[in-house]
Design a protein around this ligand. Structure first.
Ligand code: GSH
Length: 222
């Protein structure tokens, strides 16, 4: 009998991208539902049956259970498929820092995009929106700097020599505003790692299918 597939909601380039990359490294079949909630209500409504937050990623497990929250999904996948080696396990000395930085990317950085994608959610004039956009970009840059300063030195990937879900997560989120060229300047240690993950042969198909390196992709932001 074929392995029941996961169903992953989220358009290319969204937070569903690292989840897709993890599933491909695991070798798990996945059905894709491309939804771009930042494009408006008609897209958001497609998420109502699975996520009242109207956000992606959403992963429907083979059991039918629904998972949301990118960090939780990635950690769950890594734990569920330990043979893929995508995270330090509960008894591993690197586990504490792994959980710390997964939560940091989600809580301190990814959460900023709720307001960045539509600054009118927190600002009531075009001028105020511009301030929110600018300050949230600065806050994201500061968070990358803080994280970078605390990454171990001399490892191939962020927490060691094995590519894991934290690497996938940072590689994708660092492509969003304020964009990669700024990320390289703010986070030189992590810059080496994300370039390595961009070029990882096992991920060529994932990036091509879900977040292609189209001409001019490596832009700068504020
Ligand atoms: N806490 C969520 C945040 C997800 C999120 O913000 N997703 C974006 C797309 S990358 C989204 O759905 N934005 C639409 C909206 O917030 O209205 C997670 O980590 O999965």
């Amino acid at each position: 009998m074929a392995t029941p597939a996961f169903t992953l909601y989220g358009a290319p380039g969204s937070g569903a991208t690292p989840v897709y990359a993890a599933l491909s490294l695991i070798g798990a079949p996945v059905k894709l539902v491309d939804v771009a909630p930042w494009e408006g209500d008609s897209e958001r409504e497609k998420l109502d049956p699975v996520n009242p937050m109207r956000q992606v990623p959403v992963l429907v497990l083979p059991s039918g259970e629904v998972m949301t929250e990118s960090a939780a999904i990635l950690i769950w996948l890594a734990d569920r498929y330990p043979e893929a080696g995508l995270a330090p396990g509960p008894g591993d000395p690197a586990r504490a820092q792994f959980l710390r930085w997964m939560a940091f990317v989600s809580g301190a950085i990814y959460a900023m995009y709720w307001v960045r994608d539509d600054p009118s959610r927190l600002a009531d004039s075009p001028e105020a929106e511009a301030v929110v956009a600018d300050r949230s970009a600065e806050r994201i840059a500061q968070c990358w700097r803080i994280m970078d300063a605390q990454m171990p030195r001399g490892t191939r990937y962020l927490l060691g020599d094995r590519l894991g879900v934290l690497d996938l997560y940072v590689t994708v989120v660092s492509r969003w505003q304020p964009r990669r060229l700024r990320f390289y300047r703010e986070a030189p240690r992590m810059a080496e790692v994300v370039r390595r993950v961009d070029a990882e042969p096992r991920l060529v198909q994932s990036w091509e299918a879900r977040y292609p390196f189209s001409a001019g992709w490596e832009t700068d932001g504020p």
